[in-house]
Design a protein around this ligand. Structure first.
Ligand code: TA6
Length: 295
């Protein structure tokens, strides 16, 4: 399956498949993996790739049974916009992929749309920005998520920070709403939570840090912006953060041996669908920054 490999002068590397515009690899100059990719990931141009950063659009979950769970964007072939792929003067490497409606997507979801995905690599960061455009004066509703699987050497010795006091929907308990009490969340057992935008420390910038056993940490920062236009009737939404690890009891077969090496921290707009994007566009940006112990 076709993929693009970005290499930064520092040695950091990122790989992105055309299928789903799925980032499947992000390593630092020393070869260290930041993103988790399952050994059992299937590359058959049909099955969503397990791991990496799948792009969820236009639904999170499976309300609309005409399309796959988590939407169709992660299992469509995206186009590489070669004219806009470049190395900037400061060394940042950037590529752009796009996806538009097609006869197949219109059968599942009867709307015209444009998605543009910018992936930018530096020595210690990876930025993925998804721009969603509704070109018509037609109202549609969507959810979106950058389903980031972070690699951790040991789940038990890792913690997740930045979510204290945020309200979350606990999907392991029928979506009941709770409030996060922990500053350092240690995951043992199934965790499947939607931390709601603008609660606790989540604001216009939603920031979550995963600390690893080595003392290194990986920070995910997410923001949402929109192009000014007269047709946007609501406020610009702020990102939610989904936290997921299936644990040993409910891990799907392909993650049974590997769930202890991943934590999904997934910025998105999922706690309430966005309906206000009419003939306009908005961008969900996630920046993954790596901080080495002692630096
Ligand atoms: O984003 C969290 C979640 O929706 C979980 O509920 C779990 O289903 C997971 O994503 C993986 O979904 P997938 O369809 O990729 O197996």
């Amino acid at each position: 399956m076709p993929k693009v490999r970005l290499t930064h002068a520092s040695g950091s590397v990122c790989e992105i498949y055309h299928f789903g515009a799925t980032v499947t690899k992000y390593t630092l100059g020393n070869g260290e993996d930041i993103i988790f990719l399952s050994k059992h990931a299937v590359f058959d141009n049909a099955t969503p790739i397990r791991g990496g950063i799948p792009v969820v659009f236009p639904q999170f979950g499976h309300n609309n049974k005409n399309m796959p769970k988590h939407g169709f964007a992660r299992n469509r072939e995206w186009k590489l916009d070669e004219k806009r792929c470049c190395v900037q003067r400061d060394g940042l490497v950037e590529i752009v992929m796009t996806l538009n409606e097609s006869p197949e997507t219109l059968k599942m979801w009867p709307f015209e749309f444009q998605l543009e995905y910018n992936v930018r690599l530096t020595a210690y960061s990876l930025q993925t920005a998804l721009t969603i455009t509704n070109p018509k004066l037609v109202e549609w509703s969507f959810e979106t998520l950058l389903h980031t699987y972070l690699y951790v050497p040991s789940l038990e010795k890792s913690s997740v920070n930045g979510l204290k006091d945020a309200k979350y929907l606990d999907k392991t308990d029928d979506g009941v709403e709770r409030e996060e009490r922990q500053s350092d969340i240690h995951i043992s057992g199934e965790v499947d939570r939607v931390y709601k935008a603008s609660t606790g420390m989540l604001g216009a910038v939603a920031c979550t840090t995963v600390k690893k056993s080595s003392g290194d940490s990986v920070r995910i920062e997410a923001t949402c912006s929109r192009a000014a236009n007269n047709t946007w009737t609501g406020l610009t939404p702020s990102p939610d953060i989904v936290l997921w690890n299936p644990g040993s009891m409910v891990a799907p077969p392909d993650l049974r041996e590997e769930f202890e090496h991943m934590i999904c921290v997934e910025p998105g707009l999922v706690s309430s669908p966005v309906t206000t994007l009419i003939q306009g566009r908005m961008t969900l940006t996630q920046t993954i920054t790596c901080q080495k112990q002692g630096e």
